[in-house]
Design a protein around this ligand. Structure first.
Ligand code: MTE
Ligand code: MO
Length: 423
């Protein structure tokens, strides 16, 4: 997982992909000499015979990076990080372990011919979609950069617990708690790019759109993934990120550039951003109307307001069904986080919720990232039980026993009951 190893993997995967495209007749072969082709073939062959080398992306895989089963659970076009694989990792999730949420499939783009196009009546001169203000990759890299640790979490993280703990039927990917990660992102402020593009005083909304394929749901083509942000948020702390944990963004996480919206649901952080509409009127897309709102009996007919901030959650760095031995002293480890602020305290129960003890916090709690914690435990009673962790954030939200259900299973915030066996 060294930076050098990963950069090499990045290139190897790229070469293989190009090679496969060339062999499949999808890529132009102009300028590819027989010698270069043989080099590519040799690299592929060598890499596939090394046990530690990443396997090539399967022809139909929606994700480029390797997804070893001890690190990930594959869920359709997505990959969920296993919490036991985060044990011993630092405050930042290694890129190789970071969860992937794709509506379709990771596009393999080239930074050299990538352009960010800004257009719309919220810019001075109201440039049209076909006469945009453009920035190249090097243009962005030449602007002042900022680096920030930010947590990215899918709005549906924990969704499966609506069903397994509460008996509710919900739609969407059946994530457990692994659709979350923290990375150190480097990029430019969206505010700087908007101002350089010529923001008009009438601008109200900003809508980034991905370059991945259009999303088709229920037979309907909903177009490319896009979701508006109010200008106030766009000017506040949003980044156009080109580095993740000190490396160029991996293909699966938005290479060459993604939007990063701290403390908001993951869908706001558009990967592979290609254009940004800047509008003098409020904008709508399927991702702030039919999706990413709360529907159900607790909510108005038209649904809640579009989702913004995440709710608090906690997870143990432990496999589901982990086994322990009576009398064997343990230290349980986990992490808690909240979109509403920093984590103020974490309480843990090792007896199915009968009694609670405060966990020791290992990080100075901060907004927009998680707080690691631990609690010593010597199991005394044999049998199946549950471990529970309950976070309270600085905004005063404590994880409840039951989450208020919504049809699409977003924002699960209740305490998760983690099954373990003591023998
Ligand atoms: N272009 C594009 N951006 C996207 C998505 C996508 O499918 N396409 N998925 C979104 C969702 S729902 C989430 S949770 C995050 C996941 O980011 P990651 O795959 O880097 O973990 O990306 C968001 N940005
Ligand atoms: Mo998501």
């Amino acid at each position: 997982m060294s930076a050098a190893g990963s950069a090499a993997h990045h290139e190897t995967a790229y070469d293989r992909r190009r090679l496969r495209q060339w062999l499949a007749g999808e890529a132009r072969a102009d300028g590819v000499t027989r010698r270069r082709l043989l080099t590519l073939l040799a690299a592929t062959t060598a890499a596939t015979t090394l046990p530690t080398a990443p396997s090539a992306r399967a022809a139909d895989s929606p994700i480029v990076k390797p997804l070893p089963p001890e690190w990930f659970t594959q869920r359709g076009t997505n990959a969920e990080t296993r919490w036991e694989a985060l044990r011993g990792t630092g405050p930042h999730t290694p890129n190789e372990l970071f969860f992937v949420r794709n509506h379709t499939a990771t596009p393999v783009l080239d930074a050299a011919d990538w352009r960010l196009r800004l257009w719309g009546d919220g810019l001075r001169g109201a440039p049209g979609e076909d006469t945009p203000v453009e920035f190249g990759y090097d243009d962005l890299r030449a602007l002042p950069s900022v680096t920030r640790s930010v947590l990215v979490e899918c709005a549906g993280n924990g969704r499966s617990f609506y069903t397994t703990q509460q008996g509710e039927t919900v739609t969407g990917t059946a994530w457990t708690l692994g659709a979350v990660g923290v990375a150190r992102w480097r990029g430019v402020r969206l505010a700087d790019v908007l101002r350089r593009a010529g923001l008009s005083p009438h601008a109200v909304d900003v809508q980034p759109r991905g370059l991945d394929a259009a999303y088709v749901s229920g037979g309907e083509n909903l177009g490319r993934v896009r979701r508006p942000l109010p200008l106030a948020k766009a000017l506040d702390d949003v980044l156009l990120a080109y580095e993740m944990n000190g490396e160029p963004l991996p293909y699966d996480h938005g290479y060459p550039v993604r939007v990063l919206v701290p403390s908001w649901v993951g869908i706001a952080s558009i990967k592979w951003v290609g254009d940004i509409e800047v509008s003098a009127q409020p904008l709508y897309s399927p991702w702030n109307t039919m999706f990413y709102r709360l529907f159900g009996s607790a909510y108005p007919e038209e649904g809640s307001a579009p989702l913004t901030r995440q709710t608090p959650k906690s997870a143990f760095e432990l496999a589901s069904g982990a086994r322990f031995t009576v009398g064997d002293g343990q230290v349980l480890h986990g992490r808690s986080w909240s979109g509403a602020g920093a984590v103020a305290r974490v309480d843990v129960s090792t007896d199915d919720g009968a009694s609670w003890r405060p966990a020791r916090l290992h990080d100075r709690p901060r907004a927009d990232t998680w707080t690691r914690w631990s609690l010593p435990w010597t199991p005394e009673t044999p049998g199946a039980t549950h471990l529970l962790a309950r976070a309270t954030d600085t905004a005063g939200h404590t994880q409840p026993v039951t989450a208020v259900p919504n049809t699409q299973g977003y924002l699960f915030d209740a305490v998760v009951r983690h099954p373990v066996t003591v023998a």
